[in-house]
Design a protein around this ligand. Structure first.
Ligand code: HPA
Length: 265
């Protein structure tokens, strides 16, 4: 999506005003199955929209209702490692704000930096470290340049999610997500460094969109589905297909959690 697409999207959404956006990462698209009467807009229909290159993405905007919320799911996202400017990557976030979105939920697949958080775990993001070397707000001066980042992942919403996870017997970790630019996975030395920096999981997405969402005064939540242990921590060598398999299984736990959350909060 791009900023110039606002009118196009409004026309296709035909009066549907979303309050919540969910970005679905690799292998996490099944949340879209729960949408009642969805409006589906493939990314390829949206003029100038970057189309994600990574397998495991359905590639489209899905609008519909879950519980008391009107939501837009972005199934598939573009990544900085595709070589796009961070401002381009976050255009969709800015369009979502203009469409009415107040609450932004990011999901991703990530590698664990802790042996006690194995593949298949679910981690709610408590905070993040931007290690990508890029920032979507650079040179983008519509808003104040210095947004406060002291409580990015809205504390009271996280408390609600903890309560739901407890009740539903979903084992939910909580921790710090660090974004690496990628596209390669980390070396064992990088995994040790990230752990020493205070991170619990590493991935290649989410942070640019979240920074933009904060800059546009949205409430933010984030979830990582742990697809593997980071290199050197004792797991298997990594390939994208295996990552997608594990994510698919753990992703259904995340879909359940998000569905309950949207019904109740
Ligand atoms: N590192 C970075 N990104 C990832 C990983 C990882 O180990 N697993 C899934 N996305």
């Amino acid at each position: 999506m791009s900023e110039g697409n606002l009118e196009f999207l409004q026309e296709r959404l035909d009066g549907f005003v979303p309050d919540t956006a969910i970005v679905l990462g690799s292998g996490l698209s099944d949340l879209t199955d729960g949408l009642k009467d969805p409006i589906i807009i493939p990314y390829t229909d949206i003029p100038g929209c970057p189309t994600p290159e990574v397998p495991g993405h359905k590639g489209g905007l899905y609008a519909g209702t879950v519980g008391k919320h009107k939501i837009i799911c972005l199934a598939g996202r573009t990544h900085l490692y595709e070589g796009l400017d961070p401002r381009y990557i976050t255009m969709s976030t800015r369009d979502l704000k203009e469409l009415g979105v107040k609450r932004f939920i990011a999901t991703n697949a990530a590698g664990s930096l802790r042996e006690d958080m194995p593949a298949g775990s679910l981690m709610m993001i408590a905070d993040h470290i931007n290690f990508s070397g890029k920032n979507p707000l650079v040179g983008f001066s519509k808003r104040p340049h210095f947004p406060d980042m002291s409580a990015v992942y809205t504390p009271d919403l996280r408390q609600k999610v903890r309560e739901i996870a407890n009740r539903e017997n979903i084992n939910l970790f909580e921790g710090v997500y660090i974004m690496a630019l990628g596209p390669n996975y980390e070396t064992p030395a990088e995994v040790r460094m990230f752990r020493n920096l205070g991170a619990d999981a590493v991935g290649m997405s989410t942070v640019p969109e979240v920074i933009t969402a904060v800059n546009f005064d949205m409430e933010v939540m984030g979830f990582s589905v742990i697809s593997n242990l980071g290199a050197g921590l004792g797991g298997e060598n990594l390939n994208h297909k295996e990552v997608l398999n594990i994510v698919g299984q753990a992703g259904s736990k995340l879909s359940l959690l998000l569905r309950k959350f949207l019904e109740e909060v």
